[in-house]
Design a protein around this ligand. Structure first.
Ligand SMILES: NC(=O)c1ccc[n+]([C@@H]2O[C@H](COP(=O)([O-])OP(=O)(O)OC[C@H]3O[C@@H](n4cnc5c(N)ncnc54)[C@H](O)[C@@H]3O)[C@@H](O)[C@H]2O)c1
Ligand SMILES: [Zn+2]
Ligand SMILES: [Zn+2]
Length: 403
C-alpha cells in the first residue's frame, strides 16, 4: 500500500510499504478514505526526530471502511463505516472505564514512562503505524473504532478522531463560569474548534489569539473577538484585561503547544539535537526541555486570579521552568492532557447527526477543512501547513485518489 512515512527533519515521503494484516483476533483492518493532518504531526516533522525511525508511518486522524475483521470481532463487520480515535485504548481497563482512555493501562508505554499508545506518534507512544495510509490495522476492534452512519460526507465525522474530542475536552477542562469569558491562544484547528464549542455551550465572550491573518479572519467570521499578536504581542495581557473587565479571562485554553512552527528565533536545543545521534539526542531532549513556553507564559499572564488554564497544546520537556510564584500567587487552576477521545464521543455525536440542529452541523465541520488533497501530495501539504501558506488551516488527505 501507499503510506506517508518519516525520513528526517522536514522530510516525509509517500512510499510503498507492506499492507497491514490482522495480527490479533480482535484486530480490524480499515481502508482509509479520509485522514487528517494535525498540528501534532508538525512536532514530528520539526522536533521529535530522535524518537522516530526512518520509514515510520505517521497520522492519527483516520476514518474509512472496515475491510477485514479478526475472528474475535463481534461488534463490526466488513463494510462498516468507522472513525479511529488517536488513542490506542482497550475500552475495558480501569482507566478506560473511568473515561481516561489516554491513560489506558493495557497500552501504556511503560518503557518510556508514558500513557496510552497513540497511532503514528513516535517511540514515546509505542511506535504504532499511523493512519496517513491506504490501510490501517486497528486493535481492539470491539471497543475502539467509532461506528458512524452512512450518508453525510467524511468531513462530517473525521474530526471525531482528534479535533472534536480534543477541543471538547479543552473547553470542558477550561470550566468557564456562567456568564464568564474564555481566551483561546492559537487558532489552528484545535483552537478554532474550541471557540466554536465554547460558543455552542453558550459562552459569549470568547477571545481568539493568533498571528496568522487567515486564522484570525476565520474566527472573526464566526463572531469571535480576535487579538492579532503581530499588533499586540507586547501588551497582550493589557489587551485581554481590557476585554474582560480589567481582570483577565476567567478561563484560558492554550492550543499552541511546543515549538513546531519552524520559527527562525526558535530553539538552540532543536538545532543542537539535529546534529546529534538519536541515542544522545533523545535523552538530552527529554531532560533539557525542548519547549518554547511563550504561549503558556501568555496564558498565565492573561488568566484572571483564581481562573483556570486548560492546556491542550502538547508540551514535551521535563525541565522547562514554570513561574511557580506567579501561578501560586494568582491561584491558577491548571488542567491538561491528551484527549480521551472515546470519553467525549457520546456528547459530540448527536451534534453531527441531529438534522434539527443547524442542518446537523452546528459546529460547522462540513466546511472546516481548507484543503483536501490526495495522499500522494501529503509531503507538499506538510510543508505548506508548517509555513501556514495558502490559508491552510486544516487538511484532509485522501488515500486512493489520484490528483
Ligand atoms: N491534547 C491533545 O490531545 C491534542 C490533540 C491534538 C492536538 N494537540 C496539540 O494542540 C496544538 C494545536 O494543534 P493544531 O492542530 O491546532 O496546530 P497548529 O500548529 O495549526 O496551531 C497552532 C496555532 O498557534 C499559533 N501560535 C503560535 N505561537 C503562538 C502564541 N505564542 N500565541 C498564540 N498563538 C500562537 C500558530 O500561529 C497556529 O495558528 C498542538 O500543540 C498539538 O500538538 C493536542
Ligand atoms: Zn491530531
Ligand atoms: Zn484501557
Amino acid at each position: 500500500m501507499r503510506a506517508l512515512t518519516w525520513h528526517g527533519k522536514r522530510d516525509v515521503r509517500v512510499d510503498t510499504v507492506p499492507d497491514p494484516r490482522i495480527e490479533d483476533p480482535t484486530d480490524v483492518v480499515v481502508r482509509v478514505t479520509t485522514t487528517g493532518l494535525c498540528g501534532s504531526d508538525l512536532h514530528l516533522y520539526e522536533v521529535l526526530g530522535p524518537f522516530l525511525d526512518e520509514g515510520d508511518i505517521l497520522g492519527h486522524e483516520p476514518m474509512g471502511i472496515v475491510e477485514e475483521v479478526g475472528p474475535g470481532v463481534t461488534e463490526l463487520s466488513a463494510g462498516d463505516r468507522v472513525v479511529v480515535p488517536f488513542n490506542v485504548s482497550c475500552g475495558t481497563c480501569y482507566m478506560c472505564s473511568t473515561g481516561l482512555q489516554s491513560q489506558c493501562e493495557t497500552t501504556q508505554v511503560r518503557d518510556q514512562g508514558n500513557g496510552a499508545a497513540l497511532f503514528g506518534y513516535t517511540k514515546l507512544y509505542g511506535q504504532v503505524p499511523g493512519g496517513q495510509a491506504e490501510y490501517l490495522r486497528v486493535p481492539f476492534g470491539n471497543t475502539l473504532p467509532i461506528k458512524v452512519p452512512e450518508g453525510p460526507p467524511d468531513d462530517r465525522f473525521v474530526y471525531l478522531s482528534d479535533v472534536l474530542p480534543t477541543a471538547w475536552q479543552a473547553v470542558t477542562y477550561a470550566d468557564v463560569p456562567k456568564g464568564g469569558s474564555l481566551a483561546v491562544l492559537g487558532l489552528g484547528p484545535i483552537g478554532d474548534m474550541c471557540t466554536r464549542i465554547a460558543r455552542h455551550h453558550g459562552v459569549e465572550n470568547v477571545i481568539g489569539i493568533d498571528l496568522v491573518p487567515e486564522r484570525l479572519d476565520r474566527a472573526r467570521a464566526r463572531g469571535i473577538t480576535t487579538v492579532d499578536l503581530r499588533e499586540h504581542g507586547k501588551e497582550l495581557g493589557d489587551v485581554v484585561r481590557g476585554l474582560t473587565g480589567g481582570r483577565g479571562a476567567d478561563s484560558v485554553i492554550d492550543a499552541v503547544g511546543m515549538e513546531a512552527h519552524g520559527s527562525p528565533g526558535g530553539k538552540l536545543a532543536h538545532q543542537l539535537t539535529g546534529y546529534l545521534p538519536d541515542a544522545v539526542a533523545a535523552p538530552f531532549m527529554k531532560a533539557a526541555g525542548i519547549d518554547r513556553l511563550g504561549a503558556l507564559y501568555s496564558a498565565i499572564d492573561i488568566v484572571r486570579r483564581g481562573g483556570t488554564i486548560s492546556l491542550s497544546g502538547v508540551y514535551g520537556g521535563t525541565a522547562d521552568p514554570m513561574p511557580m510564584l506567579t501561578m501560586f500567587d494568582k491561584q491558577i487552576q491548571l488542567r491538561m492532557g491528551q484527549a480521551n477521545v472515546r470519553r467525549w464521543v457520546p456528547d459530540i455525536l448527536p451534534l453531527l447527526t441531529d438534522p434539527n440542529d443547524n442542518g446537523g452541523d452546528p459546529l460547522g465541520v462540513d466546511g472546516f477543512a481548507t484543503h483536501r488533497v490526495p495522499l500522494e501530495q501529503a509531503p507538499q501539504a506538510y510543508a505548506m501547513f508548517q509555513r501556514k501558506q495558502d490559508g491552510m488551516v486544516k487538511t484532509l488527505l485522501k488515500p486512493g485518489v489520484v490528483g
